[in-house]
Design a protein around this ligand. Structure first.
Ligand code: ACO
Length: 402
């Protein structure tokens, strides 16, 4: 029997790195993370500065084009995005083809993939103009798609985009307004929504972004690539973690039960983990979690739920875990998901909308990485190798002899 692992070792040029823990799949100039310091930079700018001084569409411009825009550039970019927020009227048929209780993520994967058919004048990736139009269309239409997936899910009429509103306010209105009733977006909620979008805009080569890059390496059109990213984001280990965290906080229920859950998380014989703690790259505070915590305070204060039991449990759980040597020794700190679910729930979103909102925000990151990749003249199709551990050569056995 041939020992295949030995054979691969003898060839000398083979790396085996499941989960890509130490293998760079590309070079990039978009986002930098220093996990030990807890630092996240977009095009060199720290995320906390962007979250406090900038806003989502400006960050989109920065990620897409590499520099902060001038006033005129920003105005032009915002106008271009605003011009594309409507969905082709015929796409409503596509939504209506889904079961009425379909998960909004299932609808998003389908509808975004279907954009390849509705907007085929922007699928030729060799044409820079078409690439640009596809990028703007995706950023502009994603909030409409997510909001309509939600409306369909709850059985309410679709609300059309209003282009006099900013990106976050328009999204909130499309989700929560109902026809014939006035809906005024609260500026504090709109700001919190914008921050959630900003904090999730890009995070270098995470699973969904790597999926987009792998799909695009074959020359697939941008709508198909982004649909692949949405499908990957859907998993509970990626986009679904804030939902899991919120469910954990509710299960804990009252602060007196925190020690019991911490003890479970520390128990080697129990696979239980504290949701919203730990990160593959950050071995320090996730810088996004700090901003998210501040937003949670603002939103809950506004909504008059500062004594919200979930937030109280969250705050005390965070303090208890940070004071526990188990967590500090393993460098387990709260991540971005620890507070985002609390904010979204307080705003009125059901947990099924948490991942679609993440998808709206991450679309710009996916597109920026897609653009960077297809502009690379050395672009190669992504084709990982494998460590084969199956049978070696053997002869086919006829069915009567098995
Ligand atoms: N609670 C308790 N112990 C933990 C936790 C946790 N949340 N996270 C890691 N550990 C422990 C592990 O048991 C392991 O202990 P050991 O060395 O004694 O075996 C050690 O810390 C290292 O854990 P790994 O799983 O090897 O670390 P990895 O980097 O692969 O995992 C991950 C990172 C998946 C995020 C992990 O910390 C986790 O499961 N956290 C909870 C889920 C979560 O919040 N996910 C959201 C991530 S952020 C995002 O995706 C947007």
């Amino acid at each position: 029997v041939i020992d295949i692992r030995k054979l691969y070792a003898q060839t000398g040029a083979f790396t085996y790195d499941p989960g890509f823990t130490s293998t760079a799949s590309c070079d990039s100039t978009i986002t930098f993370i220093d996990g030990d310091k807890g630092e996240l930079l977009h095009r060199g700018y720290p995320i906390d500065q962007l979250a406090s001084k900038s806003h989502f569409l400006e960050v989109c411009y920065l990620l897409l084009y590499g520099e902060l825009p001038t006033g005129a550039q920003l105005e032009d970019f915002e106008n271009r995005v605003t011009n594309h927020t409507m969905l082709h009227e015929q796409m409503q048929n596509f939504f209506r083809g889904f079961r009425r209780d379909a998960h909004p993520m299932a609808v998003m994967v389908g509808v975004v993939g279907a954009m390849s058919a509705f907007y085929h004048d922007s699928t030729d990736i060799s044409d820079p103009w078409q690439r640009e139009v596809a990028s703007i269309r995706l950023i502009a239409k994603m909030p409409t798609i997510a909001a309509w997936a939600y409306k369909y899910h709850v059985g309410q009429p679709f609300i059309y985009p209003r282009n006099d509103l900013d990106y976050a306010s328009n999204f909130l209105r499309m989700c929560f307004a109902v026809p014939a009733e006035e809906y005024v977006v609260n500026p504090i909620l709109s700001r919190a929504m914008d921050r959630i979008f900003t904090l999730h805009a890009d995070h270098e080569q995470n699973a969904s972004t790597s999926t987009v890059r792998l799909a695009s390496s074959s020359g697939a059109n941008p709508f198909a690539c982004i649909a692949a990213g949405i499908a990957c984001l859907w998993g509970p280990a990626h986009g679904g973690a804030n939902q899991a965290c919120l469910e954990m906080l509710k299960e804990i229920g009252t602060p007196d039960r925190i020690p019991e859950f911490i003890a479970r998380a520390k128990d080697k014989n129990d696979p239980y983990r504290l949701m919203g703690f730990g990160h593959r790259v950050y071995k320090n505070f996730d810088p996004r979690a700090k901003v998210m915590k501040q937003s949670a305070d603002e939103v809950l204060d506004l909504l008059g739920v500062e004594n919200n039991p979930v937030l109280q449990v969250a705050k005390e759980l965070e303090a208890a875990a940070l004071a526990d040597p188990y967590f500090s020794d393993k460098k387990l700190f709260p991540n971005v998901d620890f507070y985002s679910g609390i904010i979204l729930e307080a705003m009125g979103f059901p947990t099924s909308m948490f991942t679609p909102i993440f998808a709206v925000a991450r679309t710009v990151g996916w597109i920026s990485q897609w653009k960077e990749q297809i502009s690379d003249p050395q672009l190669k199709i992504g084709r990982p190798r494998q460590l084969y551990l199956g049978n070696t050569l053997r002869d086919y056995t006829d069915i009567e002899n098995r």
